[in-house]
Ligand binder design. Structure first.
Ligand code: ADP
Ligand code: MG
Length: 221
């Protein structure tokens, strides 16, 4: 529908703006960090102040990095990529983090040839966000990643046995800066929703407090 399309273009423009601002802030930030380092090396100032400033710089960088994912490459060419290999790669990357917490990530290839035309770095980031959130929601247990397809969509499910999302919060998940974590940014899901929308797909979430959460991502084949 037209209204929906308009809405989605508007969202996309906001994403581009956010990424643009993040990009512009990065240079002066790098310069500030350099001068901070110089002052620290000169031996002036209290060490505990430097620690606070460095940690705050780290926080700003974390926020900028999440927003920068929304910037599109100059060449808007999408590439065809296999979701199975993309997810194998991500599971390998995140397994080290998971194993420390006694969490096992199981990937199931329910369909073999699941190819989508996409900006692969962005799609990678989306699944990194979902699986990271799953790891963060759990003390131990299993995360299941199902890769499947129907006639029109590639369908990926990320299912965890974590803390779940209370019904009262479900609507707020994906809102910019909505987080329940002390060190969270509340940008991961917002960025993921934006990317999947840009790709013509959709995201569904089902969750039960104390039982777990299932995110379903659909991307046009
Ligand atoms: P962040 O991870 O920085 O908090 P996100 O946008 O990734 O930001 O997630 C927003 C919030 O949604 C989280 O703080 C958490 O409360 C909730 N959430 C997301 N994924 C899950 C999950 N798998 N299980 C439980 N809660 C989740
Ligand atoms: Mg997150």
């Amino acid at each position: 529908s037209e209204e929906l399309l308009y809405q989605s273009e508007k969202l996309s423009a906001v994403g581009q703006l956010a990424a643009g601002i993040a990009h512009e802030i990065r240079n002066p930030l790098t310069s500030l960090k350099g001068f901070l380092q110089l002052i620290e090396m000169s031996g002036e100032g209290k060490p505990e102040y430097f620690e606070i400033m460095k940690s705050e710089f780290g926080r700003i960088e974390q926020i900028l990095n999440e927003l920068l994912i929304l910037s599109k490459p100059q060449t808007l060419e999408k590439e065809v990529c296999s979701l199975n290999s993309l997810l194998d790669h991500i599971v390998t990357l995140l397994n080290t983090q998971a194993i420390i917490k006694n969490i096992y990530i199981q990937k199931h290839e329910k369909s073999k040839d699941v190819y989508v035309s996409c900006i692969s770095n962005q799609i990678k980031q989306v699944f990194m966000n979902f699986i990271k959130n799953a790891i963060e929601a759990m003390d131990c247990g299993e995360i299941i990643v199902n890769v499947n397809k129907d006639d029109t969509y590639a369908i990926v499910e990320v299912i965890d046995e974590g803390c779940g999302i209370p019904e009262s919060m479900l609507a707020r998940v994906g809102e910019p800066f909505f987080t329940t974590k002390e060190k969270g940014t509340g940008l991961g899901l917002m960025v993921s929703y934006q990317i999947i929308e840009d790709h013509g797909g959709e995201i569904e979430v089902e969750s039960k407090e104390g039982v777990g959460t299932r995110f379903t991502v659909k991307i046009p084949l």
